[in-house]
Design a protein around this ligand. Structure first.
Ligand code: SF4
Length: 232
């Protein structure tokens, strides 16, 4: 299903790391269409749908997708038990695939959210092979936790985890105290402001440029390439 236009018109939590590294990333991606294939994204969507709908394992025909679902569920159960132990509360009000907004400024889609008393668990699935920034330094996850705190100000600590079924370990976790989230919310406000500004600064770097649809026309990327060639 296509995302609503108002979502695409603004920054999202999943783009926050790239935006924090290059202020031009957001506008550049708006202006230029992605030239690569979308096969991986589509496969990721199918696997996310299985988790959103909790498709019974015996109804998932594809072996790899079934393995993905099994490991995602196993990891989430383990994490839920740990959070329950740490908070002394049972989980309640679990929700999947909820979109939260930071005012009208930016938004994020949270794969899984569950309350444990005044604390919250947020989980994000990376259902394809490949490595991702672990939870303690993952800016997408931080942005999701900030969205929870912003929309539910009574939230105390946010426990967040990145579930990577094809990695070892299959999940990494972090706990953000309430004060830390308020501080980071201000930092993300600056990231967003810089991203929406006129003539935002372009900053080359492999993490942000790798998925930037303007890479093939970007003068910053070009001058980086030329300086690398000149070193030879
Ligand atoms: S290619 Fe890299 S430097 Fe250029 S706009 Fe995109 S993210 Fe920024």
């Amino acid at each position: 299903m296509d995302r609503p236009k108002e979502v695409d018109a603004k920054l999202s939590a999943s783009k926050m790391e790239a935006a924090s590294r290059c202020s031009a990333y957001f506008q550049a991606n708006h202006k230029f269409a992605w030239k690569g294939d979308r096969d991986s994204a589509s496969e990721g969507t199918i696997r996310h749908d299985h988790e959103e709908n909790q498709t019974p394992l015996d109804e998932i025909d594809d072996d790899e997708r079934r393995k993905c679902a099994y490991r995602c569920r196993e990891a989430l159960n383990e994490i839920r038990e740990k959070v329950s132990k740490a908070t002394g509360c049972e989980g309640e009000l679990a929700e999947r695939e909820i979109r939260l907004w930071y005012g009208g400024s930016w938004s994020g889609q949270l794969d899984y959210v569950e309350r444990f008393g005044v604390d919250v668990l947020v989980a994000d699935y990376k259902t394809l092979h490949g490595s991702h920034t672990p939870a303690p330094t993952n800016i997408q996850l931080l942005a999701q936790a900030v969205l929870m705190k912003h929309n539910y100000p009574d939230t105390n600590n946010v426990y967040a985890c990145l579930i990577e079924p094809f990695n070892d370990p299959t999940y990494t976790t972090v706990m953000y105290p309430s004060e830390y989230l308020l501080e980071k919310a201000k930092w993300l406000e600056e990231v967003v402001e810089n991203s929406y500004a006129k003539n935002p600064e372009r900053v080359f770097g492999s993490k942000q440029c790798k998925w930037c649809s303007a890479l093939y026309v970007c003068p910053e990327a070009r001058s980086h390439l030329i300086s690398c060639l000149n070193k030879k």
